[in-house]
Design a protein around this ligand. Sequence first.
Ligand code: UFG
Length: 327
Amino acid sequence: MKVLVVGGAGYIGSHTTYELIRAGHEVIVLDNLSTGSTENVHPQARFVWGDIRRKSDIVHVLNAEAQAGAPVEVAMHFAAKLIVPESVEQPLAYYENNVEGLRTMLEALVECGVKNIVFSSTAAVYGEPITPECDEGDATEPINPYGETKLACEKMIAWVGAAHDLNYCILRYFNVAGADASLKIGLDKDQLTHLIPLIMQAALGIREKLFIFGDDYDTPDGTCIRDYVHVTDLAQAHVLGAEYILNNKTSLLANLGSGSGFSVREVVDAARKLFEVPFEYAPRRPGDPAKLIARIERADKILKWKPQHNLQSILKSDYEFRKRRIG
Ligand code: UFG
């Protein structure tokens, strides 16, 4: 299949591009390089500079491919802002980039007759879940602007899908970490707010210590519980999701996680079995729910997808990438 990966120079977009190419698909990456880098773009993918908020940038690429006789069959959306505390401070920037960006992209897809979209969503749409494990059918009550914008995007896609015969695959990510086995791509050192990369920076001596945000949550050790999934497992699910909606002319919404939860303290302790990690407790960070764990039966049943990595291999993978990059 021919795939347009919007945001393919970033962390998850670049890993998905690698997996698409490994599976024999053709990829065009469109990215404005605001956070991504052309170094992350697979050498066999074609790169086009463009901004998701400018419809003409997307239409131009789609029309060129159609006129050349091989139209884009699936578009993937990764061009979002995704940092929870930043979204609490700058909600308007999140609505502009995430909601308005997607609206523009959908307009371009409808105009150019692209019938399939794969969309990066997030566990943040669940908010503070009532049940210990989040099921796709659970209520969605985001507790931060990031989750709100992604939920608005999910709803927009469903309405546009119904009106314009657009199939969609919405994937709700839990906590993604790790790097491609080639170690050529990974989460860049300029964008680090996530737990595992910051643990590794403390282990490598790049930062003095890790701060654990909050020890008074309603969890067994008082620190937040999350579900960690390796970026390559996640990327492979996108390939399966795109093939599924294209071949079956249907839509799907599924969680992508590991199905297991680890507290921040447990992740730090698992890392401390491998490396020395200096850490200290600090106050809570705004916008953090106490516990988010995925139910992943739907992705398993429909896409035949099961994550291959575990917490240890995710930690090692991120460490190796950062050691090689020295950051
Ligand atoms: N944390 C620390 N210290 C740090 C960084 C993080 O204690 O230096 C804690 C956070 O407070 C939180 C946990 O580690 O409790 C995980 O935080 P991350 O920043 O790594 O990730 P988030 O859970 O905030 O968010 C990520 C994605 C979201 C997704 C969410 C789903 O960015 O898109 O996981 O679980 F919705």
